[in-house]
Write a protein that binds this ligand. Structure first.
Ligand SMILES: Nc1ncnc2c1ncn2[C@@H]1O[C@H](COP(=O)(O)OP(=O)(O)O)[C@@H](O)[C@H]1O
Ligand SMILES: [Mg+2]
Length: 328
């Protein structure tokens, strides 16, 4: 991990006001870096804050959500201090997102080629002819035949729709692509093809990717570094090698154990008993303590700091030794 980060997230804290009026702290003190051309995995069970992290960085939180602390530095500029108008210059052109479930994100009554052209024309200064050429380029890049540009989403298979979504996200040549569970809805063969495509595109364009997934097999396949999230916090953060071969947090260890073979999908973490904490009623100590196979009494009382357990490898567990992480 060297070179200047493209994106640095520091102490990001995001809350939702629930319909009942209580506050759910969906993210607390989340920090990580994304380096140019590299892939960072954001991993954890459903509800642990992965999508909220992306939406906070893009400043696309739904109503009721707000960022209460932290910084989001894109090439050194804090996106959280920009006006909404300034922020618009960053979406699509600097960073773009491929959402979970391509069918919901595509317009069902508009031809695929036209949708991509619209994305280009909305965000880039370009004439019609150039935009048309760009559509062809993008479709070729994601392996969709030109003859299918005038088809509708329902005429595409699931895998092709996901490719079309990727093409659309690349419309304005971003430096950073967020992929939120891009392969979760697809069958295993197609998953592998979409991941392969993302790798090829990354290599060709020098793109950085943040890959959100609950599937450690996906992470092993494509990620340079990994953030393991639990209950809205960073449980562990390091290189893929740290996470796969030297996991320090009991949660990461249990995650890995629930994927005996990282090349095969598993039922989501069926082997970790219990469920993640409710964010409106967090346990007083470590958030994982109620489910932890290694807990000691103190874990229920003390909030574990994020420790640097070896250079650039961080874990938040009081059973580990290290110096408190400094992400200043
Ligand atoms: N629109 C929302 N309104 C209220 N709470 C939300 C909303 N979106 C997410 N949350 C809260 O944030 C938590 C994290 O959700 P999310 O980021 O979607 O998790 P993940 O993507 O890891 O499955 C959820 O458990 C939920 O409590
Ligand atoms: Mg999600």
């Amino acid at each position: 991990m060297n070179g200047r980060p493209l994106l640095s997230v520091r102490g990001l804290t995001t809350e939702f006001v629930t319909p009942e009026g209580s506050i759910a702290r969906a993210l607390e003190d989340v920090s990580f870096d994304v380096l140019p051309g590299q892939t960072l995995g954001l991993v954890g069970e459903s509800g642990c804050g992965k999508t909220t992290t992306l939406m906070s960085v893009m400043r696309l939180l739904p109503a009721g959500g707000r960022i209460t602390a932290g910084r989001v530095l894109f090439r050194g500029t804090n996106l959280l201090s920009l006006s909404e108008r300034e922020m618009r210059d960053y979406r699509w052109k600097s960073m773009a997102i491929v959402f979970q479930g391509a069918m919901n994100a595509l317009n069902p009554v508009m031809k695929i080629g036209a949708q991509i052209r619209e994305a280009i024309l909305l965000h880039d200064l370009m004439d019609q002819d150039m935009a048309e050429k760009r559509v062809d380029e993008l479709l070729e890049m994601v392996g969709i035949s030109r003859t299918r540009r005038d088809q509708y989403p329902h005429q595409y298979s699931g895998g092709m729709r996901q490719r079309a979504m990727i093409a659309m996200a690349l419309a304005c040549a971003p430096d950073l692509l967020f992929a939120d569970e891009p392969t979760t809805a697809l069958d295993v063969m197609i998953q592998a093809q979409v991941l392969q495509l993302l790798k090829e595109i990354q290599k060709a364009l020098g793109l950085a990717i943040v890959m959100v997934t609950h599937d450690l097999g996906v992470v092993a396949e494509v990620c340079d570094s990994v953030v393991v999230m639990y209950g809205g916090k960073v449980a562990e953060y390091g290189t893929a090698d740290h996470i796969y071969n030297e996991a320090q947090h009991p949660y990461t260890q249990r995650l890995l154990a629930s994927f005996p073979d990282v090349n095969k999908p598993a039922d989501t973490l069926a082997s970790i008993p219990g469920t993640p904490p409710r964010l409106t009623q967090l346990p007083p100590g470590c958030r994982f303590e109620p489910r932890c196979h290694m807990r000691i009494e103190k874990c229920a009382e003390v909030i574990p700091p994020l420790l640097e357990v070896s250079p650039r490898h961080y874990a938040s567990c009081i059973l580990r030794e290290g110096v408190e992480a400094d992400f200043s």
